[in-house]
Design a protein around this ligand. Structure first.
Ligand code: FAD
Length: 520
């Protein structure tokens, strides 16, 4: 009898906390499902002639909408509050200013360099995100491999620091030993024939690197206590972690199943030089249509379509159009006066967004030069949750090390706690954890900067967190147009917190607009 999905999720939740549960649900396809992608919608050439569209926001959803609608001949205007494209797809470099609500502004003073950037928002693309990768191909955005998992990276749980290689392989060894013993004792005789048992035992032995009597006594897969060398230096494996220690340290949370989640599987990719390269490539295609520094203040319905009130450097302005694609994140949109139907306003207000905070340092690449670790993620149960090593610029002298990515991997408590800390407190935790991973090197970290998405104007959160029951209510409400207003953005997809969701939601919105124009 198979274990039910609910029971499986509950047990993962117990073992690894909320982060593990969330990532497992994604992995099981409950939150996101890959599907065949047939390319962007092919709107009829000239299908939008004589029609105008106001697009609110120049993030991925707004830029994709503008790009595709312009191809079909629509007259498009994009209003963007910031002075750059990309929205959450934001790469911070020397000279950038980081504005955070209620916190001091930070001006980044890192040295320049192609790899001297910090992806404050998105930083990786899985291979099955075909819409985003399709735009990279179409617009010639160079990509490189993003190292999402590294067996040399460290895990720090309950004060115990081990390599990922040890945690992964000792876990596997311990589990296969238990299963092999159960099979051997006949505990699974109902399920397995004699031949199957022998085959399974053979596989388990190889899979877990088991020794005599199906016992796991450690493996060089988990690392060496003495590295192999020349002459009389044979390799020696170390002592395996004990099952009880692994349980205490909660190594079986998100960190150990992370790279099995469909969004996290190798090969992962990143644009060379920063994630914002994709947004800028799209922006280049629609440049004349974009107005930066244009802050939307009110959304009105008219007999013709829509009227958008906004302000820019020269004062209040108005934009009228036949249609509107609104990509403004819902917590921001909820505060803007509008003529939306009461049920639509209710749905917008009901959306909850996640916390997420990052810290980045400029540093000599001691993790490469001294510890021979190239890329990957280090995991901790301290509130900074993650240390993220750069995949770009491997071998260069200095690099930007992401010393915190607190988003809920270890449970729901860390992200709000970490976001509430002062900048100095965030930096201190990050430095301490990095020093645990690379003893003696914490002091080499310089020029830290931090971005907390709940404190970021025009975003106010990392991404939406629709509850399952909201898909049929609030989310479904926003999938319908309200008059001439159409909603797009990562929140209007089943691939939340990904650029892919933003791009695909834009495709849906513009298909609906075209259908309405074609039917008129
Ligand atoms: C920390 C973090 C990590 C992430 N990791 C990944 C990842 O690894 N890979 C990945 O693919 N995705 C990732 N994502 C998700 C990805 O960044 C988003 O899903 C995507 O960028 C959202 O695009 P969007 O167009 O829906 O919204 P946004 O990018 O938020 O665009 C909305 C735009 O509206 C503008 N706006 C807001 N208010 C107003 C106003 N009043 N007037 C005018 N304009 C306004 C904003 O300035 C913004 O430009 C991450 C996000 C974060 C924050």
């Amino acid at each position: 009898m198979g274990i039910s999905r609910r029971r499986f999720l509950t047990s993962v939740g117990k073992a690894g906390g909320y982060g593990a549960l969330y990532t497992t649900m994604m992995g099981m396809g409950l939150l996101a499902a890959p599907r065949a992608y047939a390319g962007p919608p092919k709107l009829p050439a000239g299908g939008g002639a004589g029609k105008s569209v106001a697009i609110l926001g120049a993030g991925i959803a707004g830029l994709v909408s503008a790009y595709e609608l312009r191809k079909a001949g629509y007259a498009v205007t994009v209003l963007e509050a910031r002075d750059r494209p990309g929205g959450r797809a934001w790469s911070v470099r020397g000279g950038s200013t980081i504005v955070q609500t209620g916190r001091p502004d930070q001006t980044v003073d890192w040295a320049e360099g192609r790899n001297a950037y910090f992806n404050a928002g998105p930083a990786r693309i899985p291979q099955w995100h075909h819409a985003v990768l399709g735009y990279c191909q179409e617009l010639n955005v160079p990509l490189e491999v993003m190292v999402n998992a590294n067996r040399s990276a460290k895990l720090d749980f309950a004060g115990q620091v081990v390599t990922e290689r040890q945690a992964v392989n000792d876990t596997r060894g311990a589990f296969t030993e238990l299963l092999a013993k159960a099979v051997d004792k006949g505990a699974l005789d109902q399920e397995l024939t004699g031949i199957d048992k022998q085959k399974l035992l053979g596989y388990l032995s190889a899979y877990g690197d088991l020794g005599k009597g199906n016992a796991y006594g450690g493996s060089t897969r988990a690392g060496f206590s003495a590295s192999p060398g020349g002459y009389d230096h044979p390799p020696k494996g170390g002592d395996p972690l004990r099952m009880t220690d692994m349980m205490k340290a909660r190594f079986w949370g998100a960190s150990l199943i992370f790279e099995e989640i469909i969004d996290m599987q190798a090969t992962m990719l990143q644009p060379v030089g920063g994630m914002d390269r994709i947004s800028y490539a799209l922006y280049e295609q629609v440049k004349p249509a974009v107005r930066f520094g244009a802050v939307v203040k009110a959304l009105r319905k008219t007999s013709k379509g829509v009227k958008i009130d906004y302000t820019d450097a020269s004062g209040p302005k108005t934009l009228e159009a036949d249609f509107c694609v609104c990509t403004i994140p819902l917590p921001v949109l909820a505060k803007i006066p509008s003529d939306f139907a009461p049920r639509v306003k209710q749905a917008i207000a009901a959306a909850e967004y996640h916390h997420g905070t990052k810290v980045a340092w400029e540093s000599r690449r001691f993790w490469e030069q001294d510890d021979f670790q190239y890329g990957g993620l280090g995991w901790t149960d301290e509130a900074n949750e993650l240390v993220w090593y750069p995949s770009g610029g491997i071998g260069e002298k200095t690099g930007i090390l992401v010393g915190a990515y607190s988003i809920g991997f270890s449970g729901p408590d860390a992200p709000p706690k970490y976001a509430a800390l002062s900048f100095e407190e965030r930096f201190a935790i990050s430095r301490r954890v990095i020093d645990k991973f690379h003893p003696g090197h914490g002091k080499e970290l310089t020029k830290p900067f931090t971005v907390s998405w709940m404190q970021t104007p025009y975003s106010e959160g990392v991404a939406v967190g629709w509850k399952e029951e909201q898909r049929a209510t609030d989310y479904a409400e926003l999938c319908k147009p309200d008059g001439a207003f159409y909603f797009a953005g990562e929140h209007m997809s089943y691939i939340n917190a990904w650029q892919e969701g933003a791009a695909l939601s834009a495709h849906e919105a513009i298909k609906l607009i075209q259908a309405r124009v074609s039917a008129a």
